[in-house]
Structure formats: C-alpha cells, structure tokens
Design a protein around this ligand. Structure first.
Ligand code: G3P
Length: 217
C-alpha cells in the first residue's frame, strides 16, 4: 500500500517525506485555504513547490463544476508538473471530464466518493485513483472501511485498474484497517502516520535495553 500525506502544509510534507516512506501528496481546496494560500497563481505555485519536494503523485483539485471549466482547469493543473494528478469531484460533469482526461493522457483522482456505485462509475471513466472518504462515512454512522472492502472486491472481480485511495483518514487504526480491506493507497494526516509508530511496549523495551547497555559500556 502506498502512503500519501493529505495536507497543504509544507513543514508536514517535509517531515513525512524525511521518513522515507512517502509516495505522494493529496490536497483539496479546504486544505489549501487552511494554509492561507490565496489566488490561482499562489495556489499553482504551491502545487509546484510540493511537486519539487516529493517525488510522487500530487493531487491538485479543480474548483470548476461544469465540463468545459473542469477540462480547462485540469489542463492547466496538469501542465504544472508531470506528477500532477487532476482531482475531479464525483458529479455528472466530473465523470464526463475524467473520461476526457483519460482519453487525453491526463491522470485523475475522482474525489468525494461515498458509495460503491460512484466507485464503479469512476473506474468506468478510467480514473487513475478513486477516493472514498472513510472518516466522513464513519461520521454518518456507516463504516467507511467496509466501503473500501466492497470497492476492492468489485474492482478485483471486474478487473478495474483504478487504484483505491482511502481518504478522510482520521487515525492510525484507519490506516491498518484500510490496508487490510485492500486499499492501494492511504492518504493520511501526519499525526495518523506518526501514530503507527506508537506502542508502549516499544518504549518500555527500549528504555530497558538502553539501561542494560550502560552495564556493557
Ligand atoms: O482526503 C480528503 C480529506 O482531506 C478529507 O478529510 O477529515 O476533512 O474528512 P476530512
């Protein structure tokens, strides 16, 4: 399973990248706004900076919602760097645009996916990635991880090549459960990635080893 970081924060991207396990970055307009980035030029420059920092796929989201606008915006985003993946919402014009991008060699990430039916449509349109939002499904009292398992099963039966990118990850446990359910990629906040490191027995064991090492010094 690939690890992406889900943020527009350069310090967090740097920290995750320095761990050596980062395969890419996802962003969205909310995450860009959180960093105080304003105006198309600034947003595009920010994507360029991220592409220069991380050698992997970088999702950049369109904000247009009608076909021609999505295509024009997506072409500009894709021209920023070869690693840019154009993130397109799961709406009617979005599906149409994903098919157009597929036919024209531009890679896509179909976002805001909350059902297996939507995931089938994204795959039919040729999306490179499909992004089911696990945490937001949990928030609505359904199990987001179940959706990952269902999509994984359908894609495997049908031979769809679209990669399942588990998004809206809220914890280290989500990452483990998504790996188990067949996600190809997990895009996570830095805290959830670092959460994977933690175990009290590791800390206790290390303290004991270091204590005993003093006896051998
Ligand atoms: O990748 C999608 C993600 O940014 C949404 O996360 O926590 O706002 O549901 P969240």
């Amino acid at each position: 399973m690939k690890f992406f970081i889900d943020t527009g924060n350069l310090a967090q991207i740097k920290e995750a990248n320095e761990l050596g396990i980062l395969d890419g970055v996802t962003t969205n307009p909310s995450l860009m706004a959180k960093e105080g980035i304003k105006g198309q030029e600034a947003v595009f420059n920010h994507y360029k900076t991220i592409c220069e920092m991380v050698d992997g796929d970088i999702s950049a989201e369109v904000i247009s919602t009608e076909f021609n606008g999505i295509i024009e915006e997506g072409k500009k985003l894709a021209a920023i760097h070869p690693n840019i993946v154009v993130k397109v919402p799961m709406i009617k014009d979005g599906v149409k645009a994903i098919k157009w991008f597929t036919d024209n060699g531009i890679r896509t990430n179909c976002t805001l996916v909350f059902s297996a039916g939507q995931a089938i449509l994204a795959a039919k349109a040729g999306a490179t990635y499909v992004s089911p939002f696990i945490g937001r499904i949990d928030d609505s009292t359904w199990d987001g991880v179940d959706l990952i398992a269902q999509i994984s099963n359908i894609y495997s039966i049908q031979g769809f090549k679209t990669e399942i990118l588990a998004a809206s990850i809220r914890s280290a446990l989500h990452i483990v459960k998504c790996a188990e359910a067949g996600a190809d990629v997990c895009t996570c906040p830095l805290d959830s990635i670092l959460g994977l490191l933690k175990h009290p027995l590791t800390d206790i064991g290390l303290a004991k080893f270091l204590e005993d090492a003093k006896k051998t010094a």
